[in-house]
Design a binder for this molecule. Structure first.
Ligand code: SF4
Length: 193
């Protein structure tokens, strides 16, 4: 998005686009987003009367799991992007310029965002999490992850090392990088330091 001219703001009142990154692993996480959406849609309604309209986007697992409900219940949501559709965000936002809701919740067998390095906006202390894989093939009966994150695939080692080096340079001191074996797993299989 930065490459397309979008800039981050620390003030919600200044934002032309508000993107909510969502999680569906627990009901409470989804409820938090529904509550937040109510606040944002109220704000958007007020802004519709001004010259600074606001777009609302839902990203991640809730977009994947509840796409129809979100689009139909929340008419003021402009963009839905599933966990494998973040590269499509500039196009989705452009589509929504015309006033229609834009949605991409296609899951990918290959997407790992290996070439997209995370941007940190605040000091994160002396440790950081590095994702080494996405999705899951295990299909545990109580878990939503295989249905919202898709099939299991791993990041190339080169890209993992590049991120670890980048984090190490940014923190500029001794750093423990915690690498989750299954980063998206609620059963928390293993962690290495
Ligand atoms: S609990 Fe963990 S292993 Fe089981 S389906 Fe969910 S992510 Fe996969």
């Amino acid at each position: 998005l930065q490459k397309k001219g979008y800039q981050r703001t620390a003030h919600l009142s200044e934002a032309d686009v508000v993107l909510l990154v969502t999680c569906s692993v627990r009901e409470k996480a989804e409820q938090t987003i529904w509550n937040r959406l109510q606040q944002l849609t109220a704000m958007k309604r007020k802004r519709l009367k001004t010259h600074t309209p606001m777009k609302i986007g839902i990203l991640g697992c809730m977009a994947e799991r509840l796409k129809m409900e979100l689009l139909e219940r929340e008419k003021l949501v402009d963009v839905l992007a599933g966990p494998d559709a973040y590269r499509d965000l500039p196009r989705l936002l452009a589509v929504s310029d015309g006033g229609q809701q834009a949605c991409n919740v296609l899951l990918s067998l290959e997407e790992t965002y290996a070439d997209v390095m995370p941007v940190h906006h605040a000091p994160r202390g002396h440790s950081a999490f590095v994702s080494i894989m996405r999705g899951c093939d295990n299909m545990c009966s109580y878990c939503i992850v295989p249905f919202t994150r898709g099939r299991e695939r791993s990041r190339p080692v080169r890209s993992i090392l590049e991120e670890v080096r980048m984090l190490s340079d940014q923190v500029n001191c001794n750093v423990n990088i915690k690498v989750g074996w299954k980063n998206s797993c609620i059963c928390n299989h293993a962690t290495t330091e």
